[in-house]
Design a protein around this ligand. Structure first.
Ligand SMILES: *Cc1c(COP(=O)(O)O)cnc(C)c1O
Length: 364
């Protein structure tokens, strides 16, 4: 079968080591060997950002990134007595609003244009007036456009107005630095997944939540399956209430080891920056312009405008034929935007070839 280099924001192109790990002999999730592996994985996740290690605990779930986000919001956000401020500037921020609305929880949504940063001034106006907001939720890397939101500035608002923060870090965990984990203690939990910047396979996601909060054992979940508390309690011994994606655990452990062996989060972040900056500047030279200012981007995905003389389908097809998967825009940008992610096992020679493809496209 034809293999493609995946330049979509997860699942990613696997390394051989991670792919080989999928062939580990079968294992039952109720046996000690599985539990030991689960505990090793929790520990490795808690140590990706050393600043998190003593304070946060990883709760593993079987599901895609959205299951971790939904479990986080489901478990920690109250149904009554308080409301949640959602700071959104893309699909994933808006998805968190939908999740909370489905759960019948009180929300207040501040949505920006997708080309804009979070509405900090509006948020401050809201927070400084009378309000019943307890939690603020936002997205670290808004994958819709590739904007890296200023979550640190959100923690400053949390500190000033005594609010708590929950972060969708699904597309940044393992690739971006977390400059928002400070002494303020405002970040209660982050949700993330195995199959983006960690380079594992889809099927495992997780929430890193403050140990103190988990230990309280208080859940607001109306979902049985997405209630983090029973997982947390069972996973102290490595077990889970429900069947886990055993084979994806094998892959995730191999991926976490590979991250560590290749120099950890700082080295991966530097590598991503090198790749994304190269893709941006080379495509820009060929007349493919970025949707945001280059300073606004995270290091793992860039959104480009489709030029007038091409369609998204032509760009996608040409890339596909050359062995690359690129990604369309979302939510009204399907025809006018394309996105290129640089997570996964991407080599410089792959980028060389990709640039050749765009060179040809630019001459159409
Ligand atoms: C990928 C992603 C998700 C989760 O998407 P799934 O399809 O459920 O894996 C959530 N938030 C962000 C920011 C993402 O990039």
């Amino acid at each position: 079968m034809r293999s493609h280099i995946l330049l979509n924001p997860g699942p990613v192109t696997l390394s051989n080591k991670v792919r080989q790990a999928l062939l580990t002999p079968d294992m039952c999730h109720r046996e000690n060997n599985f539990a030991q592996m689960a505990q090793r994985i929790q520990n490795k996740i808690e140590n990706v950002y050393h600043e998190m290690a003593d304070k946060y605990k990883a709760v593993l779930l079987t599901g895609s990134g959205t299951s971790a986000v939904e479990a986080m919001l489901s478990t920690f956000i109250e149904k009554e007595n308080s409301s949640t401020l959602i700071l959104a500037n893309g699909v994933y921020g808006e998805r968190m609003a939908s999740i909370l609305e489905r759960q019948g929880k009180k929300t207040c949504v501040l949505s920006s244009d997708w080309s804009d940063e979070i509405q900090f001034e509006e948020a401050e106006k809201l927070l400084s007036g009378e309000n019943d907001i307890l939690y603020i939720v936002t997205v670290h890397n808004e994958t819709t456009t590739g904007r890296l939101n200023d979550v640190k500035r959100v923690t400053e608002l949390c500190k000033k107005y005594n609010k708590f923060l929950l972060v969708d870090a699904v597309s940044s965990f393992g690739g971006e630095l977390f400059d928002f984990l400070d002494e303020y203690g405002t970040v209660k939990a982050v949700a993330a997944t195995a199959n983006k910047c960690l380079h594992g396979t889809p099927g495992v996601s997780f929430v890193l939540a403050e140990m103190e909060l988990l230990e309280l054992g208080k859940s607001n979940s109306m979902s049985l399956y997405l209630d983090l508390i029973p997982y947390y309690q069972a996973q102290k011994k490595g077990f889970s209430p429900f069947t886990q994606a055993v084979h994806n655990y094998f892959a995730l452990e191999a991926a976490l080891d590979e991250l560590e062996e290749s120099g950890g989060i700082k080295a991966r972040h530097e590598r991503y920056k090198e790749l994304s900056e190269r893709i941006q500047s080379e495509l820009n030279n060929l007349g493919f312009y970025t949707y945001l200012r280059t300073d606004d981007y995270s290091s793992m995905i860039t959104s480009f405008n489709v030029p007038d003389y091409l369609t998204y389908e032509e760009i996608h097809e040409t890339c596909y034929e050359a062995g690359f998967i690129i990604y369309a825009g979302q939510g009204g940008f399907e025809g006018s935007m394309f996105r290129i992610a640089n997570m996964g096992n991407i080599q410089n020679k792959d980028v060389d070839r990709l640039i050749n493809v765009f060179q040809k496209l630019s001459q159409k």
